[in-house]
Design a protein around this ligand. Structure first.
Ligand SMILES: [Zn+2]
Length: 239
């Protein structure tokens, strides 16, 4: 009996095409998910920066109010200076004015530092927002691309699956089961070409006697190393 591995080979070609389409689709979906994750990270960073900025600005407003109050108090005391009766009272007012000025100087220094901090935060915030916006643009592009790819791939897949259904009818049921089992265990490839005594599924040499048998193509033979169903292929055919 001559073994006809042709139908199985055609089936494998069809199955590999289906796998390739599925992989293409999965890649597109993975790209979308990656971009979504990046955007979420950026949004979290933006949220943090906004909170820091808000805290700095709140502190600056507090300092401004304190400065204003203190300045008013200093002015009051300066006015009072004109009408004090005793030297002790005069000295005490002077001291209060000095302390007030010292406190305000500290407030001004802190406020300047805060302003620098605010400017830095605003720059970083703008940077993050720009990058986030760019990332959102890329996401929308990827989503669109995957959307149209999906339509295209679904149509292609349906066609291929139909041809598979036809092809399967030509393959013996027991052989088909063996093929499916190998396919699931051997990364989608149940069949392997053998060229010059080397199995192209696992790149191992097959024993010379088995290679002779294979070339007679009288029975279905499996590779002793990877178990794939073998078929002989001359070097020129494979290239
Ligand atoms: Zn092998």
């Amino acid at each position: 009996m001559k073994v006809d591995i042709g139908n199985l080979l055609q089936l494998q070609t069809i199955d590999l095409q289906i796998n390739k389409l599925d992989e293409e689709m999965a890649e597109g979906v993975a790209e979308i998910e990656k971009r979504q994750a990046t955007i979420a990270e950026r949004q979290a960073a933006i949220g943090e920066l906004e909170a820091k900025l808000e805290a700095c600005e709140k502190r600056r407003r507090e300092l401004d109010a304190e400065l204003e109050d203190e300045t008013a108090r200093i002015k009051e005391r300066q006015t009072k200076l004109m009408s004090v009766q005793t030297n002790r009272e005069y000295q005490s007012l002077l001291k209060e004015i000095e302390d007030g000025k010292k406190n305000n100087k500290q407030r001004e220094d802190e406020s300047v530092q805060l302003l620098e901090q605010v400017e830095l935060l605003q720059r970083r915030l703008e940077e993050q927002r720009n990058q986030c916006g760019a990332e959102e643009g890329l996401l929308s592009e990827a989503t669109q691309k995957v959307g149209s790819l999906k339509d295209e791939l679904t149509a292609k897949r349906e066609e291929i699956v139909k041809s598979r259904e036809e092809k399967v009818k030509d393959v013996d049921a027991a052989l088909l089961r063996r093929y499916e089992l190998l396919r699931s265990r051997r990364n989608g490839k149940a069949l392997a070409a053998v060229t010059d005594g080397v199995c192209k599924g696992c790149y191992m040499n097959i024993p010379p006697q088995l290679y002779i048998e294979l070339q007679k193509a009288e029975q279905l033979l499996a590779c002793p190393s990877c178990n794939r169903l073998m078929y002989h292929e001359r070097e020129s055919e494979g290239a």
